[in-house]
Design a protein around this ligand. Sequence first.
Ligand code: KG4
Ligand code: ZN
Length: 328
Amino acid sequence: MIVLGIETSCDETAASVVEDGKILSNIVASQIEIHKPYGGVVPELASRHHIRNIVPVVDTALEKSERDISQVDGIAVTNGPGLIGSLLVGLSFAKGVAASYGKKIVGINHLEAHFTIAFALYEIPLPAIALVVSGGHTNLYLVRGKLNYKKLGETRDDAAGEAFDKVAKLLGLGYPGGVVIDKLARKGDPDRFHFPRGMMRSGDYDFSFSGLKTAVAVHVKKKGIRGKIEDLVASFQEAVVDVLVFKTISAAEDYGARSIIVAGGVAANSRLREKMKSEAERKKLSIFFPPMEYCTDNGAMVAYTGYLYFTAGREDPLTLDAYDTDPD
Ligand code: KG4
Ligand code: ZN
């Protein structure tokens, strides 16, 4: 079975071809440079660039896979959650191709795709706990098998990556903030300042990062960037990482999980990787961080999840719609 996957939920235009679960191509047009001057994604600009990029990105994905649209059995497309204008570009395009070439279509949940791609890459001991942590989301899942999962918690306000981006903007460090902070923090003392660890209590898997962001803003307003900025960002980063690691490891213990999957752009964070790995090892849990091309937004995760759904017999009607907020 050959599946074409299309992803346009935020600022990356992405497409991929997967054949019988094997990834043949994975093409991404990034918009980082477009949004950089604004310190965050500007939805209207993102939609406009998706319109420009969608045809060349899909064409390149087909070309690289050495497959033709006539050979494709079905189209998998992200239909939520995400920015509505962005989602509608990919979804309308996918529907158009499906209608004109007589292909079946399936709508894919972006967050489910983020951790489901791990099944294409690894043998995952089950059950697993999956943490999806990016600029738009901080979600925790209990994964019992392929397409068999339950959401345990999500952020009540800012996503972890959003907190990195907003703190970097506040400190005038540039965009995307996570990358800059990660680098600077390596030279800083994470214990120099104490910032709040939001909602760090057992049995509650929701997250909150807006208090932490405010605490950094208040600290800077009151004391300025006294001492080294490296210490300030290292202390901030440590607070984010502590919460992410505590909640993920607690969930693994509470649900008797055997492994942990971490996906999303923030999975690139060196301190998160280090601390999550050492805690997982201490608890004898296997841990999987997919390579970055499958961790940040990509088409392969959508095509692969679509492949699993088509194989299980699911397909959606052409009336399929987009949604901005993740359902409970
Ligand atoms: O998954 P992604 O590429 O896009 C979406 O948000 O969907 O994630 C981007 C986010 C940004 O907020 C960025 O600051 C963060 O991931 N990020 C990092 C690092 N690299 C990217 N955060 C912390 N440490 C990093 N090394
Ligand atoms: Zn994402």
